[in-house]
Design a protein around this ligand. Structure first.
Ligand code: RB5
Length: 148
């Protein structure tokens, strides 16, 4: 049984999270939805933390995170040790952040990306493997920065 995907959004990303959630339902991909569950205003660091902790603990495989721009929630996610989050709105960055950065969190903006593109990017992110090789050394150096 595949590990679930962690979903989280603030109010600015709520509707896009719901679109992606429906997409995951359709594809039979398991997930845990850490909220938010409405368009009432919430703070993106509060929403990012439990979803990112679920990835770092091994409960979830990867996180899909949403706010208005995707930027704030990616900044919050990247403060959590063990998270490599990428804010994406194009397929090249999305593919290569998996291939080269072994990203474990994809962040998108509900005020930036439409639901069709978001679902395509989710599919790409979840299906693209890490290439390893020379990129492993770079990931090790990247993660060592957390100890400074
Ligand atoms: C909330 O209005 C907005 O600031 C937030 O969703 C996000 O875009 C921050 O980066």
């Amino acid at each position: 049984m595949a590990k679930p995907i962690a979903l989280a959004a603030d109010h600015g990303g709520f509707e896009l999270k719901e679109a992606v959630r429906a997409h995951l339902d359709g594809a039979g991909i398991p997930y845990i939805d850490f909220g938010t569950h409405s368009t009432d205003s919430v703070d993106y660091p509060d929403m990012a933390l439990p979803a990112c902790e679920a990835v770092v603990s091994g409960q979830c495989d990867k996180a899909l995170l949403f706010c208005g721009t995707g930027v704030g929630i990616s900044m919050a996610a990247n403060k959590v040790k063990g998270i490599r989050a990428c804010c994406c709105s194009d397929s090249f960055s999305c593919e290569y952040t998996r291939r080269h950065n072994d990203a474990n969190a994809l962040c998108m903006g509900g005020r930036v990306v439409g639901p069709g593109l978001a679902c395509q990017l989710v599919d790409l992110f979840l299906s693209t493997p890490f290439e390893g090789g020379r990129h492993t050394r770079r990931i090790e150096k990247l993660m060592a920065l957390e100890q400074r």
